[in-house]
Design a protein around this ligand. Structure first.
Ligand code: ZN
Length: 264
């Protein structure tokens, strides 16, 4: 029975993963993520039902589009497998007594999944397009707001979460003013907004660990970039200067969100 529910949650997770792929592709080009069937980005052919089954469609089609034979990027299947696994790990971390789940436990599961979804989409867009999606962050603010009300109803002391939300709104305001005046976004304000968003869902101790991990990943990335540059004898390569800090923050905090329930 338990194994069946884990298989089911893995499938649900991989379906979410395939939705994240769609969102990561569509949000930057301002297409609706709710309407319109998925299509092949190469030949624009609408995908059939069997092309939409996560993981299996990739394996059966041999990693190629059925219509134009363009190779499908490995990123898609990796995203689907990883969300499936993250969902299973998250469910295991909650240690639910499955037939007798309490309503507040279901709500916690829903909030966790929403938080993971926002992190996946922001991280994915940052990795692909090198910017932090403000519209996704705003959806995050909304979840955060509802989450605070939920915690308040559970008699949890919410003052620090209200402060985080307040700071997050200030950062968004700063970014908006910056955007209007300089026609450029403030990356610092965006990264801070992301941090305040994460702080509502992940414990402070673990956020510190995630920041250390993020710095570690940035150091590795810089090391790789400088080695590459030495090989190619390029002193300044602006394209390589993009270090997706937001992506690393999202990645490490998804892990923290899962392990926090195992530890505490
Ligand atoms: Zn195609």
């Amino acid at each position: 029975m338990e194994i069946l529910s884990y298989i089911l949650i893995f499938i649900i997770g991989s379906l979410f993963g395939s939705f994240y792929s769609l969102a990561i592709y569509r949000i930057p080009i301002k297409q609706s993520i709710m309407h319109g069937r998925s299509y092949c980005p190469n030949c624009n052919h609408k995908l059939g039902f069997f092309d939409l089954i996560p993981i299996f469609s990739y394996i059966f089609l041999g990693g190629k589009c059925r219509y134009c034979e363009q190779k499908i990027r490995k990123r898609y299947i990796l995203l689907e497998i990883s969300t499936g696994l993250v969902f299973v790990a998250f469910l295991m971390s909650l240690n639910l007594n499955i037939p007798y789940v309490k309503p507040y436990e279901i709500l916690y599961l829903v909030f966790g999944i929403l938080c993971i979804s926002v992190l996946y989409i922001i991280g994915g867009i940052e990795k692909e397009k090198h910017y932090i999606s403000n519209s996704t962050l705003l959806v995050g603010v909304l979840f955060q707001f509802v989450h605070i009300i939920y915690l308040y109803m559970l008699n949890v002391n919410v003052y620090k979460y209200v402060i985080y939300l307040f700071f997050m709104l200030i950062c968004i305001l700063v970014n908006t003013i910056f955007l209007k005046k300089k026609a450029r976004r403030s990356y610092t304000a965006e990264i801070l907004t992301l941090c305040f968003y994460i702080a509502t869902f992940v414990r402070e101790e673990l956020i510190i660990i995630s920041i250390i991990l993020t710095l570690f990943l940035i150091a590795i990335k810089i090391n790789i970039i400088s080695k590459k540059d030495n090989k190619e004898n390029i002193l300044i390569n602006k394209n390589n200067a993009n270090i997706p800090i937001g992506f690393y923050l999202c990645f490490t905090n998804i892990i923290m969100l899962v392990i926090q329930n195992f530890i505490f």
